[in-house]
Design a protein around this ligand. Structure first.
Ligand SMILES: Cc1ncc(COP(=O)(O)O)c(C=O)c1O
Length: 370
């Protein structure tokens, strides 16, 4: 028998039975069979939820369309629901047009006090970029050279007398790593005595590792200078409707509320109210995300590709190549992958699509990079 190539082996293990592509084409079950390129672009670039919105959220959106003449919806009800789910008083919650609004408002508040912001590098750009444009000094602290994890000791050392805010995304983005819970809790407790600590938990629902813990407990315990952000954009698949949340001491919530500039709409509010009560869809998303992740991580393992173990809905891998070029090549094959993330410009971020889309990614990766 002819030896089975690595590529054939990987495709053979993922193709079971007869697959049906979204185009309606039947793919024969055969080891090494080529997957046909879908007739749409696969979005593996912006960490969206390929399954969302859920059926109940869609129904809520449809029911709300006729209320589009209204300026807004029952924002208070949404805030109450999030307070209840997170076991926190309602005056500790603010609702924003995406967590992006909470991030940018925090940046604005920090900038009003004129000083610096400390953040890991690389990390999610929203708060940092906004603060920088508003005039804040940004102190970027490289992630650990070896592990690519956020380096809390280095962050601590980087804090200056004029530092107004320390920003942490946990899990981080574009690096899907997490911070060990007790060192994070110590760090946040200590640093929040000096300045604001913003903990962005956009991907927290995806994390299953027991070393992880949300910092919501610190907010619950009335820590004065801690903001935790969450979003309906990821696990709930509502990115386009712009709904997110900030949790903090009521004094901070009041300041955020007075500086926010966005306005939620009735579709987003009602979709989020429905979706946050729909545990089934969240579990489904987690399960499917794991399926997709396992497929790409198995591929990287088999090819000895360096990647960061993911605790979110995307992977981050070393290519040793210019990502702009890699991106173009994937685009030409029908897949949109992540942009370059300086300073790690030869690392590639790939967001998880549906498992059959990631099968096609696996095949394409081997064609282009294998
Ligand atoms: C870490 C992190 N925080 C916040 C956001 C923005 O989320 P939202 O859609 O709620 O503004 C993202 C989006 O990718 C993210 O990666």
């Amino acid at each position: 028998m002819a030896p089975i190539s690595r590529r054939q082996f990987i495709l053979g293990t993922t193709l079971a039975g007869v697959n049906l592509l979204p185009t309606g084409q039947l793919i024969p079950k055969a080891i090494g069979a080529e997957l046909v390129r879908p007739d749409y672009m696969i979005r593996a670039s912006t960490n969206e939820n390929p399954w969302g919105p859920s059926r109940v959220a869609l129904q809520a959106i449809l029911d709300s369309v006729k209320k589009s003449n209204l300026y807004s919806g029952d924002r208070r009800k949404l805030g109450e629901l999030l307070a209840e789910i997170n076991n926190i008083p309602q005056d500790h919650v603010t609702v924003g047009t995406g967590s992006g609004e909470i991030l940018r408002t925090a940046a604005l508040l920090a900038n009003m006090e004129d000083g610096s912001i400390v953040a890991p590098d690389p990390t999610y750009h929203d708060l940092i970029r906004y603060a920088e444009r508003a005039g804040s000094t940004i102190i970027r602290v490289p992630v650990n050279h070896e592990t690519k994890e956020i380096d809390l000791n280095a962050l601590y050392k980087a804090i200056r007398h004029d530092t107004r805010c320390v920003y942490l995304a946990n899990p981080n983005n574009p690096i899907p790593s997490i911070i060990e819970k007790s060192s994070l809790k110590d760090f946040v407790t200590e640093v929040s005595k000096k300045c604001m600590v913003f903990v962005d938990e956009a991907y927290f629902e995806f994390v299953e590792d027991p070393v992880y813990e949300s910092m919501m407990g610190l907010v619950r315990n009335e820590h004065q200078n801690v903001i935790v952000a969450r979003t309906a954009s990821k696990i709930h698949g509502l990115a386009g409707l712009r709904v997110g949340f900030g949790f903090a001491h009521p004094d901070i919530i009041k300041r955020i509320n007075s500086a926010k500039t966005g306005a939620l709409n009735v579709l987003g509010i009602n979709a989020a109210i429905a979706s946050y009560q729909d545990k089934e869809f969240q579990n489904f998303t987690i399960r499917k995300n794991k399926e997709s992740l396992r497929m790409v991580e198995d591929l990287f393992d088999s090819l000895n590709v360096r990647y960061i173990k993911s605790h979110a809905n995307f992977t981050f891998l070393h290519t040793g190549r210019d990502i702009q070029k890699v991106r173009r090549e994937f685009y030409d094959e029908g897949i949109m992958v992540g942009r370059p993330f300086p300073p790690m410009t030869d690392w590639l971020r790939v967001s998880m699509g549906k498992p059959h889309e990631m099968e096609y990614f696996v095949q394409t990766y081997q064609k282009l990079m294998g």
